[in-house]
Design a protein around this ligand. Structure first.
Ligand SMILES: Cc1cc2nc3c(=O)[nH]c(=O)nc-3n(C[C@H](O)[C@H](O)[C@H](O)COP(=O)(O)OP(=O)(O)OC[C@H]3O[C@@H](n4cnc5c(N)ncnc54)[C@H](O)[C@@H]3O)c2cc1C
Ligand code: SF4
Length: 471
């Protein structure tokens, strides 16, 4: 009979909460070689490897873990990179608990944790960065066909890299001054160091992918130009338009959307002001509205900017909160307060138009709604005020219609997202494919990458004349 693996994952070292709230350095510190080999031994090398079906890019998980166990790290790198163009990113930010690790058989043994697939992926990618100087992959002969990719988030970067690996000429158009999408402007340094994103993007560029920054499609170049000059187009522009609650007082000084707050902190490095020239309000009493990962990132960033008190208010309870458990625990450890069943109804300001408080109302949970979650209902006369000099609204995002409206004949669904075939990414418009948040609405990095990967495969088939849904 096979030996039962140790019940718990090998622990990963972290910065202590009291130390890390004063800096933006990464919280989790990664495995050493010995720790990674130790964890790799917990994998049972299942023949049916259910973990692989939980990974949207289908990584050969037992394959790379076996190489780690055998101390053959370079071979692990090769396996991982074959499937995944951004492994150091995925190892850090993927919600493995609902994907590969949710399927791992070790996690099904009562009292046992699944194999730490994400931590091992991160280990391999970081090992490569330190130990492998020139990991050039050989590209096939140039096929002399050109593909335009709009947006350089995980969907666009993955599509671009996979198309380059097939021998196509790929130009990526990015509106911002840095490529990476949410990886650079949304997810903070303390979860995903930007040097790591830069390193993975350098790899993608080394595949001969050209990234044109400061180039919003629809302004700097037109949709007609792209349709004329390229053999195929992939749209991966994400869903980056913030939603607002639009309650009275939204225009007061001190009220931010999470997009603006996090873009200032992450992309513009406002936490290093005045060394970097973008300022940010360093609130002392900060309220964050929402219960997702974006709310956790905003709350934890506010603490690191020097806030004395950060309160997350969420209209449902801890149970319904969509944030990753790990992020929530980290926020609690760092001293973020949570107020459940609470909804802001008005922002209060002083005579200068500056925020001084948030009027909230208490909620109770009613019947389940369409999503199966119990609906929050306001309790009459239950309002109260929380003192605050800064509010960050993190209640979700929408698609930006500005670009999509310029693609004549592109079908958009009732929520404003592109209609694209789930298997191939083909849209209703000839030679145009799409994937990532602009198709699904706000989702995850690995799902966006999975969509980019599938689309790259079918774009290749289309360019070879083997696939044409528009006949
Ligand atoms: C704060 C935050 C934290 C998150 N944390 C996690 C996490 O921990 N784990 C996880 O899996 N997911 C997380 N997500 C979700 C994840 O980041 C997204 O699902 C993913 O980035 C979507 O990828 P994408 O390529 O579709 O779009 P994006 O990453 O949004 O990239 C789209 C890119 O297109 C560019 N663009 C837009 N319009 C144009 C135009 N007209 N021309 C040219 N370029 C254009 C944008 O500037 C952007 O760079 C988080 C999201 C946020 C906001
Ligand atoms: S399911 Fe778990 S134990 Fe089985 S191969 Fe995958 S990682 Fe290893």
């Amino acid at each position: 009979m096979a030996l039962k693996p140790p019940a718990k994952k090998v622990r990963m070292k972290e910065q202590e909460p009291q130390e890390r709230i004063h800096n933006f350095f990464e919280v989790a510190l990664g495995y050493s070689e010995r720790e990674a080999m130790e964890e790799a031994k917990r994998c049972l090398q299942c023949v049916h490897h259910p973990c692989v079906s939980g990974c949207p890019v289908g990584i050969d998980i037992p394959g790379f873990i076996k190489k780690i166990k055998e101390n053959r790290f370079y071979e692990a790198v090769k396996i991982l990179k074959y499937y995944n163009n951004l492994p150091a990113v995925c190892g850090r930010v993927c919600p493995q608990e609902t994907q590969c690790e949710a399927k791992c058989v070790v996690g099904k043994i009562p009292g046992s944790e699944p194999v730490a697939i994400g931590r091992l992926e991160r280990f391999v990618a970081d090992w490569e960065a330190v130990n492998v100087k020139d990991n050039q992959i050989e590209l096939p002969e140039n096929k002399n066909k050109k593909v335009a990719v709009i947006g350089s988030g995980p969907a666009g970067l993955t599509a671009a890299a996979d198309l380059a690996k097939q021998g196509y000429v790929v130009d990526v158009f990015e509106a911002l001054h840095k490529p990476g999408g949410v990886l650079v402007y949304g997810i903070p340094e303390f979860r995903l160091p930007k040097s790591i994103v830069d390193r993975e993007i350098a790899y993608i560029k080394s595949l001969s992918v050209r990234i044109l920054v400061n180039t919003p499609v629809g302004r700097a170049v037109t949709v007609e130009e792209l349709l004329q000059n390229y053999d195929a187009i992939f749209i991966g522009v994400g869903a980056g338009t913030p939603k607002f609650m639009n309650i009275p007082g939204t225009n007061l000084n001190g009220v931010y959307s999470a997009n603006e707050f996090l873009t200032r902190v992450n992309l513009m490095k406002a936490y290093l002001f005045p060394e970097f020239d973008t300022p940010i309000r360093k609130g002392k009493k900060v309220v964050v509205v929402g219960g997702g990962n974006v709310a956790m990132d905003a709350a934890r960033s506010a603490l690191r900017l020097g806030a004395q008190e950060v309160t997350v208010i969420y209209r449902r309870t801890e149970q319904e909160m969509p944030a990753r458990k790990e992020e929530y625990f980290h926020a609690v450890e760092e001293g973020v307060h949570f107020r459940w069943l609470t909804q802001p109804i008005e922002y209060l300001g002083d005579e200068k138009g500056t925020l001084i408080g948030v009027r909230c109302i208490t909620m109770e949970l009613g019947e389940p709604d369409k999503t199966g979650r119990r609906k929050p209902i306001p309790i009459e006369d239950s309002d109260f005020v929380i003192e605050a000099d800064t509010v960050v609204e993190a209640i979700g995002t929408d698609a930006n219609r500005f670009l999509l409206n310029q693609f004549k004949g592109l079908s958009i669904n009732k929520w404003g997202y592109i209609v694209a075939d789930e298997q191939t990414g083909a849209t209703t418009l000839k030679k145009v494919f799409a994937g990532g948040d602009i198709v699904t609405g706000a989702a995850t990095v690995i799902e966006a990458m999975g969509a980019g990967k599938k689309a790259a495969y079918w774009i290749g088939k289309y360019l070879e004349g083997e696939f044409n849904p528009w006949k």
